[in-house]
Design a protein around this ligand. Structure first.
Ligand code: NOJ
Length: 568
């Protein structure tokens, strides 16, 4: 849908004052309601959020102590990356016991207290579920190795004899996402070389065999364990990977990483995964209070992503197509339309995400080549306002509300990302977006932990100026921009849930503008992605701007890389 911006500006003087609304987002009559349809979900990366005991690692009591900050920020829910018992070969995405908390993060009692406190503050809690693989220190895998070929525990993973005369070659040509072959050879209990096992990620992360009923049973039980603890939902790690094509056929390509997310692969986005999510949905629906699940599903198209959120499957899926879209007006408009169009037929909310613990922080990723820190911030803030204005649910990664940039100069000796050590794999290493948060003070660890304590990754000196304390109360800060944006998003009837936008045309090239309508008020977002400032008619009453945007005689001067929200 399109409309002309000038038509809107003509009526701007008559625009009604902003209506306030309380409770859930306005949705067209007749649509099923659900808190997740407009939720802003804040990702906490437990190692890097807040360290209560000074060991340099964030923990559950630390998170608990900072929950009021998240309530005041204005988010609806918190997604916690894994905190389970784990040898931490992949920062906790290698789970040894799905029902236990790793001692470095705390205890089950801490988890229970955190969930209760969050609920007391009106925040929902989503935990990470890692069903594609376990840790090699999981009891099942240890027994499978110990008991040797023929052990029934081996059926719960993918063990296969090798190829070649002595089984010295991997069973097929699949490559690990972290680089190198996706197979590791075992040693038999008598010390001779044995079968191989499959790991799409690190060798310490053996893939489960989801054809085995014991695996499915176990995960249904794990879901119930956490639902009984009171969690509001799950983020499903590698949701697209659980089912492998029968016979584990060769890929026949030696540049497999390029195919990830671009094709249905024998190990990714197989149709069989959907039956698993149908059984999970039935479990979620048994519980009161709208428990949800969100898929981390890398698929070739948004249409295939929509399969994960059909009415009887999961509730949301991350929109990685949006995350991967460059800062380009035409491209963004195309992907926004594509995303909304894909979700509409399945009546699932579109989600929007710019940053997470696996990608370069968006302030840095979207920056123009050679941009200085200030220019990068400006663009990052404009991108944030654009994202938060779109219909559906939005994900905010811890620290993005502070405008944290990627840390690009971590010394090799402090890095922990397994991808770094298998360097043939991913091109972007992930420690730079995982550096612990700065909360206060002028010296590291900037309130992340007690004074004088260290942090598992060093924080840059410039982060003193980006701490929560430094930004609080400064109306020009990114933190206050997020606080204002989230408050307006909560109150404005046309923001939050929805499944379409009306594009406003008649604007200079490089300017994006769209309108959203509700029965009791409309909203416009204007974003200038062009290299020059533009002067455009003010379409309504200015609500929020990502930077200086002077209004004069019914027109606004929109600087490069700025976004403005309007009530219409
Ligand atoms: C996706 C997670 O976000 C990432 O951090 C992890 O390394 C892989 N899945 C494997 O679990």
């Amino acid at each position: 849908m399109t409309q002309h911006l000038a038509d809107l500006a003509r009526h701007a003087v008559d625009a009604p004052a902003r209506d306030t609304r309380t409770g859930a987002a306005a949705e067209p009559a007749g649509k099923p309601r659900g808190w997740w349809r407009d939720a802003v979900i804040y990702q906490v990366y437990p190692r890097s959020f807040a360290d209560s005991n000074g060991d340099g690692m964030g923990d559950l009591p630390g998170i608990r102590s900072r929950l009021p900050y998240l309530r005041d920020l204005g988010v609806d829910a918190v997604w916690l990356s894994p905190f389970y018992a784990s040898p931490q070969a992949d920062a906790g995405y290698d789970v040894a016991d799905y029902r236990a908390i790793d001692p470095m993060f705390g205890t089950l009692h801490d988890a229970d207290a955190l969930i209760r406190d969050a609920h007391g503050l009106g925040l929902r809690v989503i935990v990470d579920l890692v069903p594609n693989h376990s840790s090699d220190q999981h009891e099942w895998f240890k027994r499978a190795l110990r008991e040797g070929p023929g052990s029934p525990l081996r059926e719960r993973y993918h063990f296969r004899p090798g190829k070649g005369e002595d089984g010295e070659l991997p069973p097929n040509d699949w490559e690990s996402i972290f680089g190198g072959p996706a197979w590791t050879r075992t040693e038999n209990p008598d010390g001779t070389p044995g079968d191989w096992y499959l790991h799409l990620f690190a060798p310490e992360q053996p893939d489960f065999n989801w054809e085995n009923p014991a695996v499915a049973d176990e995960f249904r039980s794990i879901l119930r364990f956490w639902l009984d603890m009171g969690v509001d939902g799950f983020r499903i790690d590698v949701a697209h990977g659980l089912v492998k094509e029968a016979g584990l056929p060769d890929m026949g390509s030696h540049d497999q990483l390029k195919l990830l997310g671009n094709d249905v692969l024998p190990f990714f986005d197989q149709d069989g995964v959907h039956e698993i999510y149908r059984t999970w949905r039935r479990i979620l629906d048994e519980y009161p209070g709208q428990r949800i699940a969100v898929a981390e599903a890398w698929t070739p198209t948004v249409a295939r992503t929509a399969n994960y959120v059909r009415a009887d499957e999961l509730h949301q899926a991350f929109n990685f197509q949006y995350l991967n879209t460059p800062w380009d007006a035409a491209e963004l408009r195309r992907v926004i339309d594509l995303s909304l169009d894909a979700m509409r037929p399945v009546d699932a909310p579109t989600t929007w995400v710019l940053s997470n613990h696996d990608v370069v922080r968006h302030v840095t990723r979207l920056a123009a080549e050679g941009a200085d820190a200030e220019a990068a911030q400006r663009r990052g803030r404009a991108a944030s306002l654009l994202m938060l204005a779109l219909p559906g649910s939005a994900y905010v990664y811890q620290g993005e509300e502070l405008g944290l940039p990627e840390v690009t100069d971590l010394p090799d000796e402090v890095r922990q990302d397994p991808a770094f050590f298998r360097a043939a794999g991913q091109d972007g290493f992930r420690d730079g977006c995982r550096v612990p948060l700065p909360w206060s003070g002028s010296e590291a660890p900037y309130g992340f932990g007690p004074e004088g304590a260290s942090s598992w990754l060093p924080q840059p000196a410039e982060w003193a100026a980006l701490s929560v304390e430094a930004q609080t109360g400064d109306p020009a800060s990114t933190l206050e921009l997020y606080r204002s944006a989230l408050a307006i998003r909560r109150e404005h009837p046309a923001l939050g849930a929805g499944d379409s936008v009306t594009w406003l045309d008649g604007l200079p090239e490089g300017v994006l503008a769209f309108r959203r309508d509700a029965a009791d008020g409309s909203f416009v977002c204007t974003v200038n992605l062009a290299a020059e400032p533009v002067r455009i008619p003010a379409p309504g009453r200015l609500l929020l701007a990502s930077g200086d945007a002077p209004l004069l005689d019914g027109e606004i001067l929109l600087p490069t890389d700025s976004a403005v929200w309007w009530a219409v």
